[in-house]
Design a protein around this ligand. Structure first.
Ligand code: PSV
Ligand code: MN
Length: 408
């Protein structure tokens, strides 16, 4: 098959169906879209609980994670930043964060052509089995508040002025904790931290309906994140991780409400089958519907930082090759974005006015589920001068063999 010809034919067909303007717009969106990769996808994290297997060649330290992230950026042209976790990446003992290390990593990343993105304080290591911001012991809360303020400082000086917070706090049994008091301690600790975080740093609060708490989590849903963010101020907002909901949750509706309320927002992209699996992103229908809301709400590829949402991948690898998995995620996000852009909003509006339910649904799905947008994604890559097939290019590069040898 002549690939370039296949792309051109595909583009022509898409233009016939959706119009030239929409197709060109989709190509531009793909060229401009950026997403952060998590440092932890490259390291010794995940692998599942059984057999203690981690895919070979994993990065042994933050510098090797930067090497890997830099390669992903070279192959895709759309991941210029790496999200880091303070106590995994900037600490020698997993207990105390180190400022000096951040500066060094920052410089190393620069040499490698990428930079630091979202800074994630780590609230779930070393002695916090009774909670972090909600712990009864003042000492524990103080330690985590200090780490959060430290995170704010490095987000401003070395990062992308973005701090993303996820708390493991919760309970296993009714009666184990006073859930209202835990919530109040969470709120107070957040307020105390926020006061000392530089004003131009965005703080996004992530929620999760289960795990490690099985009876309760202190921030179980977007409503709780939203209320807490409101209590903080205008630089705080909500972080949606796709794996953190009950099955069947209409996540695109959550997106639409947050946009309507002009809340600062962000995503941790991944796919879930069972619970919080942290699998690679797949180009499924919900993903495309979510992107439709993001495009319509003008919170994606918006040059005004304050209006644009923050986009990150949060995934780990069990048995799969981690480079294939992260490159697959990026591909899936680009496919979903192209679909979201192609939807004929005007036609759907007109059908909605006439209460043509099925016709509106069919028009929606002609972009979301029925069309092949790969020509758009590939054309954007050609125009951006990055490999058309990043996974194929990775396989050819010999990098996998190299890291398996060097990182024994
Ligand atoms: C928690 O499940 C989470 O989604 C948070 O975003 C953490 O930062 C990340 O996974 C890694 O544990
Ligand atoms: Mn997450």
């Amino acid at each position: 098959m002549n690939l370039e010809k296949w792309i051109e034919n595909g583009i022509e067909q898409l233009k016939e169906e959706f119009g030239e303007e929409k197709v060109e717009k989709a190509i531009e969106y793909i060229k401009n879209f950026e997403v952060e990769v998590p440092s932890w996808v490259f390291g010794n994290f995940g692998g599942g609980r059984f057999g203690n297997y981690t895919p070979p060649g994993f990065a042994r330290n933050i510098y090797e994670k930067i090497d890997d992230a830099s390669l992903v950026h070279k192959l895709t042209g759309c991941t210029p930043r790496i999200a880091t976790h303070i106590l995994w990446d900037f600490s020698k003992d997993g207990y105390e964060p180190e400022y000096k290390l951040v500066e060094d990593v920052y410089n190393y990343a620069k040499q490698k052509g990428i930079s630091l993105g979202a800074i994630n304080p780590t609230y779930f290591l070393g002695g916090s089995y009774r909670g972090s911001f909600t712990a009864i012991e003042k000492e524990t809360r103080k330690r985590y508040i200090e780490q959060t303020i430290f995170g704010g400082e490095i987000a401003k000086k070395y990062g992308n002025k973005l701090l993303t917070l996820w708390f493991p706090d919760g309970s296993l049994y009714p009666g184990q904790i006073e859930i209202r008091e835990a919530y109040e301690r969470m709120k107070e600790s957040l307020i105390e931290s926020y006061k000392k975080i530089p004003k131009d740093v965005k703080v996004l609060i992530e929620y999760k309906v289960f795990e490690p708490g099985t009876y309760s989590t202190t921030i179980p849903d977007w409503g709780t994140s939203y209320v807490l963010a409101k209590n903080l101020g205008e630089n705080a907002g909500v972080l949606i991780d796709l794996g953190h909901h009950w099955h069947g949750t209409n996540i695109e509706q959550i997106v639409s409400i947050l946009i309507a309320e002009k809340v600062l927002g962000g995503f941790h992209f991944n796919t879930k089958y069972a619970a919080d699996d942290d699998h690679a992103v797949e180009p499924n229908l919900q993903m495309a519907r979510i992107f439709y809301e993001l495009v319509k709400g003008e919170v994606i590829c918006n040059k005004e930082r304050i209006k644009n949402w923050e986009y990150m991948i949060d995934q780990a690898c069990g048995r799969e090759n981690r480079f294939h998995a992260i490159l697959h995620s990026i591909d899936s996000l680009q496919i979903s974005l192209a679909k979201g852009v192609l939807v004929d909003i005007e036609k759907i509006k007109e059908l909605q006015e006439r209460d043509e339910i099925i016709l509106a649904n069919r028009t929606f799905n002609s972009a979301i589920s029925l069309c092949d947008v790969r020509p758009i994604v590939l054309k954007a890559r050609l125009e951006k001068n990055v490999p058309i097939d990043p996974i194929g290019e990775y396989i050819k590069s010999g990098y996998q063999e190299k890291i398996e040898k060097e990182r024994k």
